[in-house]
Design a protein around this ligand. Structure first.
Ligand code: ADP
Length: 329
């Protein structure tokens, strides 16, 4: 199987970057070397190395002048080319700023400086799970267990607060210096408090490879937090195999496979990883076409996959495992 093809299904729909070149022009502008908060006791940050670029933001390292602490600074042009993008960014700030959890990228503050908005975030210097899977092809069972457990803790926290992330994917799972998962990019997050809210939620959003079937089908009457559990199933499959389960050349083909639940595990002889039945069972529980039947994060961590005879869950991971399979002693 081909490794992940970003073009076909790993970029989000819904908040697509504008087709015009204005956003990329914005991206090309280097930020000022010093940025200052607007208040009286204004903090100053010196902008450092480039970290990455998303649909509408560019990220740089930023060092707080007062104490030398380093953050990730997400820079977004205050004047966005589309009203819809502006609204999304506002929702992202509103929701993300209220979250505080060890497995969620910590939001510190947001302020305007010159023509941009700067979001000060916890720095995740070890890239994303996506980068790691690309380099390694697939992850070992102990790593998958560790990431899934951390992910479930983060998602449980979100759902308890009625937040649906709606864009959980390997590229949005950042890694801190201790290789802990940090869920980031709240650009598509939404508060879903009631059935009525759920019914209103019928915009097509998410990233094709990770999108739940009820999001595709407007007649299903909206969607809930359970879309995130579907994505957990996709993430788990992709960490084990190296590619997402519904991967295809075109978006339409991906959607067709999703609706038909058409995914296959690699043959044991053709795959370097041994994938136990327990792992397959967990993934199939999450990839249930009926959203209410998908497990909650609490059910997932109780699954036998996490409790197998050799089911070790490493307490620590060396950042070297971004490039090389760890050797368990
Ligand atoms: P967008 O909302 O435009 O999609 P993202 O939030 O995905 O932007 O950020 C764009 C890129 O910046 C990411 O792909 C990643 O490379 C980098 N990045 C984002 N947040 C952090 C962070 N907290 N620490 C380190 N790098 C980050």
């Amino acid at each position: 199987k081909a490794p992940m093809d970003r073009k076909a299904g790993d970029k989000p729909t819904g908040t697509a970057a504008p087709k015009s070149s204005s956003a990329s022009r914005n991206h090309a502008d280097p930020p000022p070397s010093i940025v200052t908060e607007p208040e009286e006791d204004a903090e100053q940050y010196s902008i450092g190395g480039f970290l990455g670029k998303g649909g509408f933001a560019v990220c740089y390292e930023g060092t707080l002048a007062r104490n030398g602490r380093v953050f990730a600074m997400k820079v977004v042009k205050s004047q966005m080319p589309q009203k819809k993008m502006e609204e999304k960014f506002r929702t992202e700030l509103q929701i993300h700023s209220k979250m505080r959890h060890p497995f969620i990228v910590q939001f510190y503050r947001a302020f305007a400086f010159e023509q941009s908005t700067y979001v000060v975030l916890e720095l995740c210097p070890n890239g994303s799970v996506m980068d790691m899977v690309r380099k390694r092809r697939c992850l070992s069972l102990p790593e998958v267990r560790r990431f899934m457990i951390q992910l479930c803790a983060g998602v449980k926290y979100l759902h308890k607060r009625f937040v649906a992330h709606r864009d959980l994917k390997m590229g949005n799972l950042f890694l801190d210096r201790n290789m802990n998962i940090k869920i980031g990019d709240f650009g598509l997050a939404a508060m879903i408090l009631s059935d009525k809210d759920a019914k209103r939620r019928n915009t097509l959003c998410g990233t094709p490879n990770y999108i739940a079937p009820e999001v595709l089908d407007k007649s299903k009457g909206g969607h809930t937090q359970k879309v995130d559990i579907w994505s957990l199933g996709v993430i788990c499959f992709a960490m084990l195999t190296g590619y997402p389960p519904f991967q295809s050349k075109t978006q339409e083909e991906i959607y067709k496979k999703v609706r038909n639940l058409a995914y296959v595990w690699p043959k044991e002889s053709e795959h370097s990883n041994f994938i136990p039945e327990e792992a397959k069972d967990l993934v199939s529980a999450c990839l249930n076409l009926i959203d209410e039947e998908r497990p909650d994060p609490d059910d997932i961590v109780e699954h036998p996959f996490f409790n197998m005879y050799d089911g070790c869950i490493p307490r620590q991971l060396d950042p070297a495992c971004r490039f090389n399979k760890p050797i368990w002693l």
